[in-house]
Design a protein around this ligand. Sequence first.
Ligand SMILES: Cc1cc2nc3c(=O)[nH]c(=O)nc-3n(C[C@H](O)[C@H](O)[C@H](O)COP(=O)(O)OP(=O)(O)OC[C@H]3O[C@@H](n4cnc5c(N)ncnc54)[C@H](O)[C@@H]3O)c2cc1C
Length: 308
Amino acid sequence: MLRRALLAASASSRLRQLITSAPATRAIVDSYVAGETADDAVRVTRALRAAGLLVTLDYLGEDTKDPAQAAAVTDEYIQLIGKLGAEGLTHGGAAEVSVKPTAVGLYLDAGTASRNIGRICAAAREAGTTVTLDAEEFAAIEPTLRIAGELRAGYADLGCVVQSFLRRSEADCRALAGHGSRVRLCKGAYSEPESVAFGSRREVDSSYARCLRALMNGPGYPMLATHDPRLIAITGSLALLTGRAADSFEYQMLYGIRPAEQRRLADTGARVRVYVPYGGDWYAYLVRRLAERPANLAFFLRSLGGRS
Ligand SMILES: Cc1cc2nc3c(=O)[nH]c(=O)nc-3n(C[C@H](O)[C@H](O)[C@H](O)COP(=O)(O)OP(=O)(O)OC[C@H]3O[C@@H](n4cnc5c(N)ncnc54)[C@H](O)[C@@H]3O)c2cc1C
């Protein structure tokens, strides 16, 4: 309920002003975001790679309404991939990038977004790595999957994301679980009406388990993005049951969330990728992280009241 209210209110300029200017905000942002610049992102990537973790980098920002801004975001990704490649961090896909289609022009027109994503895919291929298209609000899902389908003709390793909170997702998993496909499965960080989304945690988790089974039973490369201990345990059991090799799927978690669990899984020989956001436009990302963890929100609200 609180989560829904916070996500719904996140577009309010008063809330943005309150959150971005609160004293407690900087510390929370620093725990979830690698820094403001590509050099910060490369530095964090270097450290995670040294710890045996894989990385996907997200240049923060979304919902671009300006073609010049969409082009600038595209250029930022291409420069970032160049910097990572120059240090050998992209080798074998060790560090890749996650792109939000609305940040590179999806709401301007699909052609612009598709061309921009294609440019990022070309740079990634040149550097020996891959691109994954994040899943955003419901209105962006169908156009994103359409663009991914088209670009996959040239870039078969272009990854997609399925959000288990959407009612359509089990069918999407079955459609996407083809040979060689890279599919990230997450619960979903947006708020949508019950006509398209499951309303309760229990339903979202059951849907995740069904989607997980579809992906693990298929011939593709599943990327299981969750911090949920139960779903992580189910993934391990399914890998055993389906006879999946440790290098045929990966766990994914967000930078700053359950780092000990990231290391524990990597120490078992599993592939673990950390999603690392960077850049100055962190507001929407931060609100989603606050919304999904009551403890974070409580800490934050107490500090607004000057009590921590
Ligand atoms: C690698 C990655 C990529 C993602 N990409 C997308 C995407 O493209 N589109 C999209 O809609 N969503 C994306 N998400 C977000 C996802 O949809 C969820 O909102 C988020 O992961 C929380 O769900 P959970 O599966 O971790 O389970 P939850 O039930 O929310 O959490 C399980 C446990 O994880 C820990 N935890 C979870 N969140 C936090 C937090 N903020 N702070 C501290 N601890 C926490 C807590 O211990 C909690 O009990 C991504 C998540 C990951 C890990």
